[in-house]
Design a protein around this ligand. Structure first.
Ligand SMILES: [Zn+2]
Length: 232
């Protein structure tokens, strides 16, 4: 079914909330990601990951937030970053609204993961006031890949993930085109080692972990509801 919240009619949104009170809040950035990757990578990849997870867990996915903070890429000509002060109230209000609407499992996941943004996402989630049994999960996307740290900036992992999810948004020819400075703004790993296979494996690992965490959180919500406690 269509799980993109913005595309749905109210009856569908309400029915899905009854069936699975789970909602995903993907957060990213508009940030230079080398010559070879779409600038919106962080938000685009994590939105796709949320859609795949929701196919397993049920629930809906909010539109990705493309404005992010931190990471030191502010000077690149295609980066449009915002301050933490601008982002924090927006995120807090959205998460609080979702709790007030009765979502019992709220998953806020960031595909842009410098410390500033990860800290913000986690503290915004911790600020939500919700009934007992509600879980607000907040994490960087790579935290849900538990076998090893598959995180970088426009390197092997991000390039593989986007190539698996949106091959139309990766252009490996750019390394040849910009042969004098092929890795401008790329950090930590070598993007020319990226493959769709590695990306698919990574996405599957992330989705499986998210699905397990959401199932556990839903179980907790049911247990609390069954016990009659509504106080939070
Ligand atoms: Zn990124």
């Amino acid at each position: 079914m269509e799980r993109r919240f913005e595309n749905l009619l109210p009856d569908v949104i309400q029915a899905e909330k009854e069936r699975a009170p789970v909602i995903y809040v993907p957060v990213g950035s508009l940030e230079w990601h080398g010559w070879h990757m779409a600038t919106g990578n962080d938000a685009i990849k994590v939105h796709e990951i949320c859609l795949e997870a929701a196919e397993t867990t049920g629930g809906l996915v909010l539109p990705a937030l493309f404005f992010g903070t931190g990471g030191g890429h502010y000077d690149y000509p295609t980066s449009i970053m915002v301050s933490e002060a601008a982002l924090r109230p927006l995120l807090q209000e959205v998460l609080q609204r979702l709790a007030d609407l009765g979502y019992r499992v709220i998953v806020c996941i960031t595909g842009h993961y410098p410390g500033e943004q990860v800290d913000l996402v986690k503290s915004a989630a911790a600020s939500v006031s919700a009934p007992a049994g509600t879980t607000v999960l907040a994490l960087a996307e790579h935290e849900a890949y538990t076998l090893e740290r598959r995180a970088d900036h426009a390197g092997k992992w991000e390039t593989s993930i986007l190539a698996a999810l949106r091959p139309d948004l990766v252009d490996m020819q750019q390394f040849t085109k910009h042969a004098d400075d092929p890795l401008r703004g790329v950090y930590f790993t070598e993007p020319r080692e990226a493959t769709e296979t590695l990306g698919r494996e990574t996405v599957d690992g992330i989705v499986a972990t998210l699905a397990k965490w959401v199932a556990d959180a839903l179980e907790k919500a049911h247990t609390v509801r069954g016990g009659g406690s509504r106080n939070g």
